[in-house]
Ligand binder design. Sequence first.
Ligand SMILES: [Zn+2]
Length: 288
Amino acid sequence: MAIENGRWTGPILDNHFHLDRGHRFLSAAEDFKRVGGTDLVLVHKPDFMDLPLSVDEWRIAYDGTVSMAEEVKSNLGLSVRVILGPHPASWAHQRQALGSEVAGELYKDAVELAIEYCAEGKSCAVGEVGRPHWKVEEEVWQEANELLSWTMKRASQEDLTLQLHVEGEGASTYSDLALIAERSGLSCKRLVRHHAPPQVDEQTTSGLIPSVVVGKGSVEEVMNTVSRCKDGFLMETDYMDDPRRPGAVLGPKTVPRRTQALVAAGLDEESLWRTHQDLPESLYGEVD
Ligand SMILES: [Zn+2]
């Protein structure tokens, strides 16, 4: 049994975690481990001061994330999966600086390269990709949606999972994404919505996989909706490892702590295995 004396002793996975060599890096991952964390999904963090301008520069940026993952594995013994891709804000910044055509090409190059890294086993999914979560002009919105639809087509061809960074809090975002996925030929089961609100019922999520950002109050909402969640949910902090944004995101210990809070609130063992092991394996493959 993985619940002993009211505590979960099985794996604990944070599905969206960033690290930065210039900031806390290993010590942040160590915090996660110290409170029971076992598995990190390390998502590429864009450097907005120095965005890649060519495929070669994208490669250097991705290699930086891959090498951090290797160090976390070897130094701390955590399991680490890597997810690489062009953040929607990277594209939006570059669109402003370089124009829509060049930025669009760079975006596609970055996705193709991320797909290569998946084929080589250095990465397990593409993300975070999506569309701006702030208000943009209609023209930008349209282009973002076209790129997203193209990305979903590529994911369906390669049988890959996408981690999506999108706008909004409610069900309408999910249903809109499900529609784009359908048109692109991609199963919603390949779409993980990062930074998801805590409502995990199927009616809200339209069949996408919610990766709940486990802030205050999330445990109650998850418990209120989990009985109507068919395909499972993931938990994340969206930890940024950025001292300039204290409090903007949750700390590295939050997923282990909220996992124990879910146990205390009565979440069953089957759901916990699904969140922390079975669903990640089906989305990303097994870890080596
Ligand atoms: Zn992120």
